[in-house]
Design a protein. Structure first.
Length: 212
């Protein structure tokens, strides 16, 4: 009835259709871009929060995941790696000596048991092998805790070698004097390894839990 209006109506309909297609295409591109950006942000966040394991030494018996890297973090500087450091090891024990402001580690497994005592100074960012004259025998999977009342790091137990080589010694380390003392208490827990100890400062007691 209105032949001249039909081409116009068809053209309007096509324009509306193409506009809809363009809007859908734009929305799809936006979704893809958001997805890609979220992946990039996730990778950046993962990298920022990761602790480097690239410094790990070649696989050795009982310490295949050992790493020599020491990491510290602060709001000002973020994560930083400190050097020099103790040799790569696993199954060592560590305790914080609050009076001396040092983190002390003893022993561990580097492919063999070691009897080293190392102290870490955060402010100077240095590890020091204190090399005391008297010390516990080489071992791993022992436990240590700092006794704040006596200003001593107390060590108990550990694994010292072959089958059945559980240890039941109690040692105390004085960082200022750089001496280990075998306490030889009259009554002591049975020899064990894979244990946990903690300092109850209010009761002035070292508490031991479990073990094998």
């Amino acid at each position: 009835m209105f032949p001249r209006q039909q081409p116009f109506l068809w053209r309007v309909a096509m324009e509306d259709h193409m506009a809809g297609v363009s809007a859908l295409r734009t929305a799809a591109l936006a979704v893809v871009l958001i997805w890609l950006l979220s992946g990039v942000v996730g990778l950046i966040a993962e990298e920022a929060l990761s602790i480097d394991s690239s410094a790990a030494s070649p696989a050795l018996p009982r310490n295949k995941n050992a790493s020599r890297a020491t990491w510290a973090t602060s709001e000002e500087s973020g994560w930083t790696n400190s050097i020099p450091w103790p040799s790569a090891r696993s199954r060592h024990a560590m305790a914080f000596d609050s009076q001396s402001d040092r983190i002390v580690i003893f022993g561990g497994n580097t492919g063999e048991h070691v009897d080293e005592t190392w102290a870490y100074d955060f402010e100077a960012n240095t590890w020091t092998n204190t090399n005391p004259t008297t010390k516990p025998s080489a071992r791993s999977e022992h436990a240590m805790a700092y006794d704040s009342q006596s200003d001593r790091i107390v060590l108990f137990g550990g694994w010292t070698g072959g089958s059945g080589d559980r240890n039941g010694e109690t040692w105390a380390y004085d960082f200022e004097a750089n001496t280990w003392t075998n306490m030889n208490p009259t009554t002591a827990p049975a020899a064990r390894y894979e244990l946990a100890v903690a300092d109850d400062c209010q009761s002035d007691r070292i508490v031991l839990l479990e073990g094998s």
